[in-house]
Write a protein that binds this ligand. Structure first.
Ligand code: WQD
Length: 340
């Protein structure tokens, strides 16, 4: 069965390509390489023994999208990761984000509604909940006004798919709302490759650990949490990748309850920034250089998932603990620096 993975050279995309190939799917990757390198193909091949088909396409070029679907009319599924993801940049360049993240989604949906019978898995985000009123967060928690154009593209993306599914009975879609993905493949052949200074906690920690950054700034210790630092749900990237394959199979086997479904993908466990630092210190045996600074604008206090729906309906559970995931992130960071 042939599956298209857009953004398949990115962090979550590449791990999902591996899991799909391990399950015997034929994978076609589209990536414009704006935030990923073609070298990732080598890592995927080293793990799976198979090089996926790769087409370098910018999905904003509608003619190329149409042409692609004409050539691959036998696709059974599309996992759509391709998107811009820097929250701060999205505030500076909203139109870039609306074009990249929503324009391209519309082009893909046009193809899926017209010419193919392929199912869709969409990368959504826990950012749609904003600061939820209750923890853990269930899928029925209200969607709050987005803090950034990036967050807005995830909310609107879900709505666009929902509206399209409503009038297209043959189209089946699942949106996965990720919490905070982290880690690298256990083979250490692929992992996270942030460009420039990382905005996310885990790559900033590992880069500090390896000496690339002087110290980590912990954004606030006056939150109403146990140790005063903000709490998130850190989900191992391979566990997250597996959730995509399970969701896709649900659609391919017609097991879905309706033609548009939403699932949280997290561990169900909240960890504070200080707990994440402790995990790093434990698995690396190194002391991390950090200081407490003011809160970061736009940050929420706490977000962790109620995973009951994913556990019971999808039959998916996360397997790796924070420490196990951190160990892979640390090994990956050291490998990347040795190569640099
Ligand atoms: C985690 C915690 C920071 C960096 C991200 C995306 C969001 C969504 C989920 C995809 C926070 C603290 C961080 C640092 C720190 N992803 N921190 N020092 O903010 O939960 O959201 O993942 O859709 O869109 O932005 O993740 O890793 O940036 O931060 O103290 O140098 O670590 O304040 O509490 P976040 P993050």
């Amino acid at each position: 069965m042939k599956i298209l993975v857009t953004g398949g050279l990115g962090f979550i995309g590449s791990h999902t390509v591996v899991e799909l190939q391990n399950e015997g799917f034929e994978v076609v990757v589209i990536d414009d390489c704006s935030n990923a390198s073609e070298q990732v193909l080598e890592g995927i091949t080293a793990i799976t023994g198979k090089m996926p088909i790769f087409e370098k396409i910018d999905l904003r070029e509608k003619d190329k999208v149409t042409d692609f679907f004409k050539r691959h009319h036998d696709l059974k599924g599309v996992i759509h990761f391709a998107a811009s993801k820097a929250v701060g940049e999205s505030v500076e360049k909203p139109l870039l984000y609306y074009e990249n993240n929503l324009g391209t989604l519309v082009y893909i949906l046009k193809e899926l509604t017209q010419k193919t019978n392929a199912s869709l898995i969409f990368s959504s985000s826990c950012t749609v909940y904003g600061q939820a009123d209750e923890m853990p967060i269930t899928e029925t928690a209200p969607v709050k006004t987005a803090e950034s154009p990036y967050g807005n593209t995830k909310q609107m993306g879900e709505e666009i798919i929902f509206d399209t599914c409503k009038v297209t009975p043959h189209l089946k879609a699942i949106a996965l709302r990720y919490f905070n993905p982290m880690g690298a493949h256990p083979s250490i052949e692929i992992g996270e490759l942030p460009t420039g200074v990382p905005q996310n906690l885990v790559p900033f920690i590992t880069q500090t650990g390896v000496g690339l950054r002087k110290e980590l700034s912990v954004y606030g210790d006056d939150y109403p949490t146990e140790d005063g630092t903000a709490v998130r749900d850190y989900i191992y990237v391979v566990d997250l990748a597996k959730a995509h394959v399970i969701a896709l199979k649900r659609l391919l086997e017609d097991k879905n309850a309706s033609n548009y479904e939403v699932f949280n993908v997290g561990t169900g466990k909240g960890s504070s920034v200080l707990e994440v630092i402790k995990s790093f210190e434990k698995v690396s045996g190194k002391k991390l250089n950090y200081k407490i600074v003011d809160r970061r604008a736009g940050d929420i206090t706490s977000a962790y998932a109620d995973t009951t729906k994913a556990n019971t309906v999808l039959g998916w559970t996360s397997e790796y603990s924070l420490d196990q995931a951190m160990k892979t992130a640390w090994e990956w960071e050291q490998k990347v620096r040795r190569k640099a």
